[in-house]
Each structure stands twice: as structure tokens, then as C-alpha cells.
Design a protein around this ligand. Structure first.
Ligand code: MSP
Length: 676
């Protein structure tokens, strides 16, 4: 019988700069899933690649004084070397400058024009060159680009447009019929409320102001504009539109993709524009698009311009690929944002890898060699106690839990489950004290304990394979585990571990680190002495005007002083961006029993009704005066209990002395709308 297939993709990265730890995050996540599915017997296709067209890339090559293709080749070689060093096992690497992609995009464009899905019109609006994005007047923030804050320019040019609105109803119906399509669930509401409900604009799909791209066949002054070119990589790479029967077969085999991993910044393109393009081409939609969160620095988003990016090669050289892969997938629940700090990384490596996992492997092998000449012997039934049965039961549950968590991409929870087993195995050593059994000559019991430990290590090393392939292989070699013994699908079958195997003494898998020294060293290496804070502020380069303001105690100093007076740090826009503010409407308001100051409010946030407890009772008497009021809610605040009542958020109010006013918005603003 043919194997089941599994097609997983990462975004294709812009090669305008070297990739950083954030890009490594999603690629390692995709690799862990690809490896896991292969271990489960799937025929896996794992695609990554680079998005090589557009003005930004052309400009970067010109700045570097290089031919565009030569410039790209260098970055691509660097990126592929990064993936090799991180043990990323992609099956194909697509470059949008490859002929296999270009000729199919040209044909797709022609077809879309013929079908009248794409038409020629005029584009008028604001354009941000660094972001390569068009914005409407309404979207600008203080006249600048809402994404990067830089100035935009007004442009009017002939462009081709995609009739997106034509497909909106079908798209919404698809969302309804396939609740698993957009994950995590919260991103779906965001898409519907922020982009679809306000009315989906037709998408500009060509430009005439630059020429580094795929030209429209019938109208070559037009270059296919980024998203139509970029998104289609997922089908061109596996043979869509090819004349070669083998490739056509490959496309039939793998499409629709099972899982498309994308950063939350590009979810919109993947769950609105991409499905619509596929509908227009009459193709099925991907089964799952997962919008993961971001790895941030203390001063917000990583970016070359802030100078706070971390070079992953530097970390791999110092700690090894397994350690970096482990840290990336362990530290932050997939789907949420998290902050990278050297302290957190060093602690994880030290405690989880050196102390817990590495030590279990090392001490077990050492004891086996000291007490049993390195040989594992199958125990007799009489020597087994409840402790062995309990560990075997936990091992079985851990396999199931790891599978469950990997299916829903909760890497950190899968690792938490595996480390629970690691901890239990270490505790089992302490409880059974094999050194005592050796001393007292209780060979039967000693064999039982050592066999149980080796069997548990077998399970653990198989489970860590998707995350830390090198360490897993080292354990397999050291412990002499065979292919049969390390088959994930029969992992917990009884008697799997063969008797009489020889275990080598080995060396520790992960070195123990001195946390303080290492953090200092790492800060110097990454040049983030102050956790990246300094780079959030204007450069101290006297050639740049804002530096003068800083030096002379100008506006930046004033902001810092004001913040310091209030006991707060100056934050970057990215830190502020982490606060999710939404419009809500009060549905009910009542006093909380035995709490004079508290009101219990039920607030409609568009996609859900939230209960919030607020200390504003004395300002609103009776509380019912609040019903119907539009308020601004901090929607991503950690839930708390106030006087035993759950509170899931906070409403904003201004207060001075005895006066308090709720921050409000006009009636016309829909519930759930984002406040920025
Ligand atoms: N080229 C487009 C994607 C086209 S896909 C058809 C693009 N490229 S990108 O290089 O700017 O970023 C790609 C992805 O890198 C993001 O969506 C995200 O998955 C990942 N990340 C970039 N920075 C990141 C972090 N700091 N943290 C986590 N992921 C990050 O957008």
C-alpha cells in the first residue's frame, strides 16, 4: 500500500539580508514536523526557499555594487549553509528566480486575465518602498507607513488587479466548513473582523515602476507584483503547470498541502489572498495554515535597522545545532510571541540539556559500565516491582502525549512531557540507588533497574529525534539501539529492548555551563550588552541628526526622563504592539458581592463575550448606566481572579483626582475592532 503523504511548507524568505534567529525558528519547527511525520511512516515533502523578486532586493544588490543574481546567489548559499548547520532536512528549495517557477507564474497570470479574474486598472495611493506595500490614506499613521513608520510616496500607475471581492463568500463558507483551516483559532477572528468585514479590496498584482521580477507575457512593461509571484511557489515547486508527467504526478500526490507554517505577519496573505488565487485556478485549498508567533528582543521586533538581530550561526558554532533547535522549540508556546534573552537560553541549555537529559544518559551508561561491565541483561519477572511498572506506564503515556502535542504543533508541550519522563527516570535512579544494589550484591534487582533505565532512555531518545536529531543518534550509537528498537511506531511494545546489549561509557552529550560567565560572553558575542535596548534609541552617529538631539538632551532624553519619573522604561513601538487593545461594548454591569469597589462586566468583543472585573464601582451608580457603552479593552491581559470572580482583561479609563472617565469610541466602530 502506498504511504500516506504529508506536505509541509515554510514561508519563502526575502534574501535581502542574512537570515536571523527568527527565520530559523519557523524553519526548525517545520523540520521537526517533517522529521516526526517521516518517523511515523509518511511520505513527506518539506519545502522551503527564497522570495527573490521586487524592488527592495534590486536596490540592495545595487547598494552592494553587485549584479542582482550574483548578490542573490551569495545570500542563498549562506542560507542553505545555515539550514545544513541546523540539520534542516528540506526536500526541495525553491527560488522564485528559477525557470520552473517563472514560466508557470507567467502562464497563471495569462489564465487569470483570460478568466477576467485579473483586469487592468489604475493604482492610486501611497507606497512605502522599504516595505513594498501600498496603503490607503486612511491606513497611514501620521502620514507615514503604518508598518515601519517611514515616509510614503503618492503613486499613480497602471496596474493589473485581482478581483478578490468576487470570492469572499466562498472563502467565508470555506472557513465555516473547515474550522481547522486557520490556526490558532484567534487568528481567524482577526482576519474576518479586520480584513474581510470592512470590505476586501481588489489586490494590485503588477507594477511598472521596477523590472526585477516576472514580466507579464502580453504586457511586458508590467512585472508580477510580489504576493502572486511568492505564494504560487507552493504549487510550482511540486510541479503545478509543468509539462513533465513525473512532475504532474508529484503535484497530484502532494497537493493540497497538509500544513503551511507562516509568521503571524503574513497570515493575511496566506488565508485570504492565497486561497482566493487557488479558487480561481480551480485547485483545492491547503488543509491547515498555522500562524506562529514571533521571537522578539527585549526592545521589540528583530530588525537589521535596529541592529538587534541574532546571527544563528554564531549560536550554532558555540552550542551546537541540537541545543539551538531545543531552545527555539522549547522556550515559547508555538503561536505566541516570546522574548529572546541570553539568560533564558543559557539556563535552558544548562538545566534541561546538561543537568536533566545529558546527565541521565551519562550516569546510566557510567553505572552500567561500573557495575555490569556495560552489559544490559533482561530481568526475571520476580525482580520487578511497581516502580518499574510505573516508569513503563509513564513512558507509554509520554509517547501518546508527544504525538498528541506534535499533531497540534505544541512543540513546547511535547518537550515538557518528554522532560517529565526524563525527570522521573532521574528520580527512579535516586530511589532505587543502583550503587547500593551493587554493593549488597543484589544482581537480580540491579539488572532489573539497569534494564528499565536503558529501556526508558530508548523511548526518550526516540522521542527527542524530531527536535535534537544529533543527540538522538549519539544515544542510539552509545547504547547500541538497533533500527528495530528505535521504530517510533512500535516503541512501547513490551520486550522491545533486546537482552544482552553493550552500552559504551561515552562522554557527556551537553557541557555544563557557568550561567553568569556564559551570559556575559554571549552578550558580547551578539553585541547585545544591554539586551538590545540601546539599539532601540536613535543612533549615536553624529552624522545623523537625531543623534544630536540625544547628545544635547533633546526629545529622546526628555521622553526617557518623563518615563523614568513615572518609574517606567521607554518602550519601542513593537513592545506597545504586544498589547492587544480592542473595542468592546458593555452588555451587563453589576456589583461584585462584598466588594465595594468592584463591578462585574460582560463585554461584547465581537467574536466573544468577556467577563471583566473592574474597580470602578464608585464612579458608576447604578452600574446599569454602563450598559451599551463602547469601551476600549486590553484583550490579551493574563486572566486573574478578583474576590473570587474571574477577570479576563481590563477596560481603559482616564483619571485625575476624584474624576474618572472611560476611554470610549464612537458607536459606529464595530465590537472587536483593533485600537492602535
Ligand atoms: N517573502 C515573504 C514571505 C512569502 S511566503 C509566500 C516574507 N519573507 S520574510 O523573510 O520577511 O519573513 C518570512 C517569515 O520569517 C515570517 O513570516 C516569519 O515566519 C519568519 N520570521 C521573521 N522574523 C521572525 C521572528 N523574529 N520570529 C519568528 N519568525 C520570524 O515575509
Amino acid at each position: 500500500m502506498a504511504k500516506s503523504t504529508f506536505y509541509v511548507t515554510t514561508p519563502i524568505y526575502y534574501p535581502n539580508d542574512k537570515l536571523h534567529i527568527g527565520h530559523s525558528y519557523v524553519t526548525v519547527a517545520a523540520d521537526a514536523i517533517a522529521r516526526y511525520k517521516r518517523l511515523r511512516g509518511y511520505d513527506v515533502m518539506f519545502l522551503t526557499g527564497t522570495d527573490e523578486h521586487g524592488q527592495k532586493i534590486q536596490n540592495r544588490a545595487i547598494e552592494a555594487g553587485k549584479d542582482v543574481m550574483a548578490f542573490l546567489d551569495e545570500i542563498i548559499a549562506w542560507s542553505q549553509d545555515l539550514w545544513a548547520r541546523l540539520d534542516v532536512t528540506y526536500d526541495d528549495f525553491i527560488r522564485t528566480t528559477q525557470e520552473r517557477h517563472k514560466k508557470v507564474v507567467e502562464a497563471i497570470f495569462e489564465r487569470l486575465i483570460e478568466q477576467d479574474d485579473v483586469y487592468l486598472g489604475d493604482y492610486e495611493g501611497w507606497y512605502c518602498t522599504p516595505c513594498e506595500s501600498f496603503w490607503s490614506q486612511r491606513e497611514l499613521v501620521d502620514g507615514n507607513c503604518p508598518d515601519c513608520g517611514r515616509p510614503v510616496k503618492y503613486v499613480k500607475e497602471e496596474s493589473y488587479f485581482f478581483r478578490m471581492s468576487k470570492y469572499v463568500d466562498r472563502l467565508l463558507a470555506y472557513y465555516d466548513e473547515h474550522p481547522e483551516f486557520i490556526q490558532p483559532e484567534s487568528r481567524k477572528h482577526e482576519m474576518i473582523n479586520n480584513f474581510i468585514k470592512p470590505g476586501l479590496q481588489d489586490l494590485c498584482v503588477s507594477r511598472t515602476s521596477f523590472d526585477w521580477g516576472i514580466h507579464v507575457r502580453r504586457d511586458p512593461k508590467h512585472v508580477v507584483y510580489v504576493w502572486l509571484d511568492a505564494l504560487t511557489n507552493y504549487i510550482t515547486a511540486i510541479g503545478y503547470g509543468s509539462d513533465d508527467p513525473a512532475l504532474q504526478e508529484k503535484f497530484e500526490k502532494f497537493w493540497p498541502a497538509d500544513l503551511q507554517l507562516v509568521g503571524k505577519d503574513i497570515v493575511r496573505f496566506h488565508v485570504i489572498y492565497w486561497p482566493i488565487i487557488l479558487m480561481a485556478l480551480g485547485l483545492p485549498l491547503p488543509k491547515r495554515v498555522y500562524g506562529h508567533g514571533f521571537f522578539l528582543m527585549k526592545d521589540g521586533k528583530m530588525s537589521k535597522s535596529k541592529g538587534n538581530v541574532i546571527d544563528p550561526k554564531l549560536l550554532i558554532d558555540r552550542y551546537g545545532s541540537d541545543a539551538i533547535r531545543y531552545f527555539l522549540l522549547r522556550e515559547i508556546p508555538f503561536g505566541q510571541d516570546g522574548v529572546f534573552t541570553p539568560e533564558a537560553m543559557v539556563q535552558r541549555l544548562n538545566f534541561d540539556l546538561a543537568n536533566d537529559f545529558g546527565n541521565l544518559i551519562h550516569r546510566t551508561a557510567a553505572m552500567l559500565n561500573r557495575f555490569c561491565a556495560g552489559t544490559v541483561t533482561r530481568p526475571t519477572g520476580a525482580a520487578l516491582t511497581n516502580a518499574e511498572a510505573a516508569l513503563a506506564q509513564l513512558a507509554k503515556e509520554t509517547v501518546q502525549e508527544t504525538e498528541r502535542q506534535l499533531e497540534v504543533l505544541q512543540f513546547s508541550l511535547a518537550l515538557t512531557a518528554i522532560w517529565r519522563l526524563v525527570a522521573q527516570a532521574n528520580k527512579y535512579i535516586d530511589d532505587t540507588a543502583p550503587w547500593g544494589l551493587n554493593k549488597s550484591g543484589n544482581t537480580e534487582r540491579l539488572n532489573a533497574v539497569m534494564y528499565t533505565l536503558v529501556d526508558t532512555i530508548r523511548v526518550i531518545s526516540v522521542l527527542v529525534q524530531p527536535f535534537m536529531p544529533k543527540a538522538a543518534n549519539r544515544v542510539f550509537e552509545q547504547y547500541g539501539f538497533t533500527v528495530e528498537e528505535t521504530d517510533w511506531n512500535t516503541l512501547t511494545e513490551p520486550g522491545k529492548l533486546s537482552a544482552k546489549k553493550h552500552v559504551a561509557e561515552g562522554t557527556p552529550l551537553f557541557p555544563r555551563l557557568d550561567v553568569n560567565d556564559e551570559v556575559t560572553e554571549l552578550a558580547q558575542l551578539t553585541q547585545l550588552e544591554d539586551g538590545g535596548l540601546k539599539t532601540a534609541l536613535p543612533s549615536a552617529d553624529p552624522a545623523k541628526p537625531e543623534a544630536a538631539a540625544t547628545a544635547a538632551g533633546g526629545p529622546v532624553e526628555a521622553v526617557k526622563e518623563q518615563a523614568a519619573r513615572e518609574g517606567k522604561e521607554v518602550i519601542g513601538i513593537d513592545t506597545f504592539d504586544q498589547v492587544e487593545l480592542r473595542v468592546g461594548q458593555v452588555l451587563t454591569a453589576e456589583r461584585v458581592e462584598k466588594a465595594d469597589k468592584l463591578l462585574r462586566l460582560e463585554i461584547d468583543l465581537g467574536s466573544e463575550v468577556r467577563q471583566i472585573v473592574s474597580g470602578i464601582a464608585k464612579y458608576f451608580d447604578p452600574p446599569s448606566v454602563l450598559v451599551g457603552r463602547k469601551v476600549v479593552v486590553v484583550a490579551n491581559l493574563k486572566p486573574v481572579k478578583l474576590r473570587g470572580v474571574d477577570s479576563n482583561g481590563m477596560i481603559l479609563a482616564a483619571s485625575e483626582g476624584d474624576e474618572l472617565t472611560l476611554v470610549t469610541v464612537p458607536e459606529s466602530m464595530p465590537n472587536g475592532a483593533v485600537v492602535k
